[in-house]
Design a protein around this ligand. Structure first.
Ligand code: SF4
Length: 412
């Protein structure tokens, strides 16, 4: 995400804000490698500790979580980022076995054990069957050097074998595993994450099963309003399943263009990213938003957005959507894969644009090429596809005719 980071960082620096509501909070004062936070601020120029960000209830768990949480996917300098996030009011950390950040989070927790009580800590793993999650949880706790997490997710439900995994959230096996985990006290709550295109079905299965506490899902404010997704979110919310939004801003890389189209953002001193966050928080079915924050400017920008959140009127939401689409998003928002159907191809058009974005904008070149190499030949072969029809069908109006040749060139 380097280009993108630089762009965001530039904007934030120009604006020069620090998170509002800066004030001393005793709990935050300990989070500075054993030194009082004030001493660390003098030494390292870090921000004054601020009060926790606003919290929302996480479904029927009854627990309140900060509306912004820090995703730690393959982050470097995690301990510094955690200190900074904490100082900016973030009290919810998201990790996973595959992120590689659990050991660093464990070190941070060991350095500041006082933080644990106030922290909501989430990790994930990829079991081959739900019962395997019980043993995997022990490994995750060992990696995190803690004796409990607040929430354990099955990671990326539906991705490995959709036909099987879509049944898990209503299965007796997952129910028994979830009950055993909660009873052990090693995780207070159990759920799953998903970005599968058919995630409305997976969500509905969780409603039917009635034992999943929390779901984290790929979301964007426009797709959340589409029929199947809207119904699934409503059903989860009504059933008391806590909902976390993720990957909501991916692909909106042309920030200057979005800002140019929305002069009202400047008047409100909001960046396009902050406006996108406000659009997501306006949907009160979501308790928190997981954002992968890789530098201190992003943390500051996002925490500031949380502190200045005001529900967005529908007209403003529509203008934001139109500006994002007109600016030309590069990445799939992962709806139900209607692009490929409209184009009459087996190629996974959405996945190809996602990997191109990893390569071009996120800086994960080797990873993007590796994932591309793992795709079946038919999933990569978009030749003969009706790309105009695909674009017309896509809710984000991805310009496949220009994106896919670049994907071939850079990833192949
Ligand atoms: S239609 Fe657009 S958002 Fe939906 S899967 Fe295809 S590229 Fe992704």
């Amino acid at each position: 995400m380097r280009d993108h980071d630089a762009e965001r960082a530039g904007r934030v620096d120009r604006r020069g804000f620090l998170g509002a509501g800066v004030g001393a909070v005793a709990a935050a004062g300990v989070l500075a490698e054993g030194r009082p936070v004030a001493a660390r601020q003098q030494a390292g120029g870090e921000p004054a500790a601020s009060a926790p960000l606003a919290k929302r209830k996480l479904g029927k768990t009854g627990v309140e979580v900060t509306m912004l949480n820090i995703g730690t996917w393959r982050s470097s300098g995690v301990e510094r980022l955690l200190r900074f996030a904490w100082a900016n009011g973030v009290r919810y950390i998201d990790t996973a076995k595959s992120y590689g950040t659990e050991p660093a989070i464990g070190r941070w927790l060991q350095a500041v054990p006082e933080a644990r009580k106030e922290l909501f800590l989430v990790t994930k793993d990829h079991p081959r069957s739900p019962r395997e999650l019980v043993a995997q949880l022990d490994q995750r706790l060992a990696a995190l050097k803690t004796d409990y997490v607040d929430l354990i997710f099955i990671h990326a439900m539906g991705d490995h074998d959709f036909a099987t995994e879509v049944r898990w959230p209503a299965s007796a096996e997952f129910k028994a595993a979830a009950e055993a985990i909660r009873k052990s006290g090693k995780a207070r709550f159990v759920g799953f994450s998903t970005h599968h295109p058919q995630r409305p079905e997976i969500l509905q299965a969780a409603v039917k099963g009635g034992f999943v506490d929390v779901i984290m899902l790929q979301n964007n404010p426009w797709i959340a309003q589409e029929d199947a997704m809207n119904r699934a979110l409503d059903a989860c919310h009504k059933a008391g399943i806590g909902l976390i939004s993720m990957k909501q801003v991916a692909g909106n890389m042309k920030l200057d263009e979005i800002a140019r189209r929305l002069p009202e953002l400047k008047e409100k001193n909001l960046t396009p990213y902050q406006a996108l966050l406000h659009a997501i928080w306006t949907d009160e079915r979501f308790s928190s938003v997981c954002v992968s924050m890789r530098n201190t400017d992003q943390i500051r920008e996002n925490a500031d957005a949380a502190r200045r959140f005001q529900p967005m009127p529908k007209s403003a939401m529509l203008r934001l959507r139109d500006a994002c689409i007109a600016a030309g998003p590069t990445m799939c928002a992962s709806c139900d894969g209607r692009c490929s159907r409209a184009a009459g191809t087996d190629a996974e058009l959405g996945n190809l644009t996602r990997l191109l974005t990893y390569h071009e904008h996120h800086g994960y070149r080797a990873e993007a090429r590796r994932l591309y190499g793992e795709m079946a030949g038919s999933a990569r072969d978009w030749k003969g596809a009706d790309l105009e029809a695909a674009r017309a069908a896509c809710p984000n109006k991805l310009d496949f005719a220009s994106l896919l040749p670049r994907a071939d060139e850079l990833l192949g």
